[in-house]
Design a protein around this ligand. Structure first.
Ligand code: C2O
Ligand code: CU
Ligand code: CU
Length: 541
């Protein structure tokens, strides 16, 4: 196998937590793979509109009162391009917000000064394989990686985060993520709230020790269920309070948590209005009693405080829901004493500090501090979405399976774990094709034990590359009572790159595989699951 780049073969092998045998890579695939053409230097012919220098490093930031918290952080410096392209979120572990425009050519020099391997993935952006942050490109500390891509995405919200295989969950937990916004001509015409009225709402959960240091999961059991923190942070801060004027805002909600699923809703029952989902504006605004947000998902919210009195406060909650963790029934033991005794609690529903998956808790407070007479109107038409049907795919009767299982302490896809050098026959996709893909729970043998049926839990399934459309959500095996607590919260009408599959559901999507050849990952965005191997890749050729 020839790897011509200067992250030579040895480092390539080393830099990944799993040492894979390069020789096992199918020959045909190897021959086509672009691994040998990774750029460590800028391409002379590529004239970027935007040039950014990213750095990964360790630092300490104030989060709680008292000691600073040791974190990992991305920071960025704009070398070339419009002012405002790189927007700091202040003294937080979150990286700066990148504000990009459709059509821009972007070059990023990424310098790893972290002391461990790292690579950045642009979650939601449709870019060439070698700029997608595939873990095979992880660089060691001291090295630089050059990304070059054209912004093909329309207006929407995406994000960047580390994608170092086997380390993603821990590195994201330590801080390595940030928001990306894309704007385009269509969006400009809509005159949506912008500037100080267009704000990030990055929701994450963390657990701190008595010295304000981050505590992460240790046991295999915790990793199988996913990390749940006991403190909710918004934009890197606890007890977040936004001071708002009595007018409409655009809040770009992003679930940047490792595995916590939020059910966003107002304390007073006011419905929520969404104008965008994962990386795209919706066709028309959607009004929902609450919105489910799994790790990796984004929702652009239209929050209108018009007519609210100065001094009034609204609290956004994660409202209670049930059934997204394994029902544990007979297997109750060990963990989560106390509240676990209450009957239907699932195992691992408790985080260390007692904030379970599905518990009710406040996320952020919005305090109206000024009255203004003017507010933008909610546009009734936001973008045009051509809905895919079976007529658009070449495999309507034979969807590509994404079968999820949790057996043998190993969360898998179609019975397999991720391997850098493996692609299945079903994962080879022709460039330019549109595929129907079926996402479902694979019923592993093992009955009701830990290894089998009882381990059914929700999985947010993310596919790299172009966004897809949800075609159907079948609910033949759901527990109706549990399901009723989440079922009105899905935003399935827009473009998605991450979709939450709850227990008993089956989802069909249609995804285009256009423009770029190469290896594109798909995985569970429960980051503990991802690192445990619940990830595979498509090979587009
Ligand atoms: Cu946000 Cu492959 O991940
Ligand atoms: Cu992604
Ligand atoms: Cu999962």
């Amino acid at each position: 196998m020839t790897i011509k780049n200067n992250y030579n073969r040895r480092q390539f092998l080393q830099s990944s937590a799993l040492a894979f045998a390069a020789a096992t890579f199918p020959k045909t695939l190897l021959a086509n793979m672009e691994m040998g053409t990774v750029k460590s230097v800028a391409t002379p012919g590529f004239n970027p509109d935007v040039e950014i220098e990213f750095t990964a490093f360790k630092t300490a930031v104030p989060i709680l009162n008292g000691n600073k918290t040791n974190v990992y952080k991305y920071d960025a410096k704009l070398l070339k391009g419009p002012t405002g392209t790189v927007q700091s979120l202040g003294d937080t572990y979150l990286g700066p917000r990148l504000n990009l425009l459709h059509g821009q050519k972007v070059r990023v020099f990424f310098k790893n000064e972290l002391g461990e391997p790292n690579i950045i993935h642009w979650h939601g952006l449709h870019v060439v394989q070698k700029s997608d942050g595939h873990p095979m490109y992880a660089i060691n500390s001291g090295q630089t990686f050059v990304y070059e891509f054209e912004m093909m995405n329309p207006a929407g919200t995406s994000f960047y985060h580390t994608h170092t295989h086997g380390m993603t969950a821990r590195q994201v937990y330590k801080g390595m993520a940030g928001m990306i916004t894309v704007s385009d001509a269509n969006e400009k015409k809509l005159e949506l709230p912008h500037g100080e009225y267009d704000l990030p709402l990055v929701i994450q959960d963390r657990t701190f020790d008595e010295n304000n240091q981050l505590v992460y999961v240790h046991s295999m059991h915790d990793r199988m269920l996913g990390f749940l923190g006991s403190t909710i942070l918004v934009n890197g801060q606890p007890n977040k309070e936004f001071e708002v004027k009595s007018r409409a805002y655009r809040f770009r909600a992003l679930n940047g948590s490792n595995s916590r699923i939020y059910k966003l809703g107002w304390d007073d029952g006011t419905p929520l209005v969404a104008i965008g989902t994962d990386g795209h504006l919706l066709e028309t605004p959607e009004t929902k009693p609450y919105i489910m947000m799994a790790p990796g998902e984004r929702v652009d919210l239209w929050l209108d405080f018009s007519g609210r009195a100065v001094g009034s406060k609204l609290v956004m909650y994660s409202l209670p829901y049930q059934g997204l963790m394994p029902a544990m029934g007979k297997m109750q033991q060990g963990r989560g004493r106390g509240r676990m005794g209450m009957g239907m609690m699932g195992m691992g529903m408790m985080s260390h500090g007692g904030l379970g998956q599905g518990d009710k808790f406040p996320i952020a407070t919005f305090k109206v501090t000024a009255k203004v007479s003017d507010s933008p109107k909610l546009p009734q038409h936001l973008s045009t979405i051509k809905r895919f049907t079976d007529a658009d795919v070449d495999n309507a009767g034979n969807p590509i399976p994404i079968g999820l299982s949790m057996g043998h302490m190993s969360p898998r896809i179609n019975g397999r774990s991720f391997a850098m050098d493996k692609v299945d026959a079903a994962e080879k996709v022709a460039l330019g094709s549109h595929k129907k893909i079926r996402i479902f729970h694979e019923h592993t043998e093992g009955g009701m034990g830990m290894m089998g049926g009882m381990m059914h839990m929700a999985h947010p399934i993310h596919l790299h590359g172009q966004q897809y459309q949800v075609i159907s959500r079948k609910t033949t095996h759901v527990n109706a009572e549990n399901y009723a607590t989440v079922s009105e919260g899905f935003l399935d009408k827009g473009w998605k790159d991450t979709v939450l599959l709850t227990p008993g559901e089956e989802i069909e999507i249609i995804k285009p595989f256009e423009d770029y050849t190469g290896l594109f990952l798909y995985h569970c965005h429960n980051l503990e699951h991802e690192d445990l191997g619940m990830m595979r890749q498509f090979y587009v050729s």
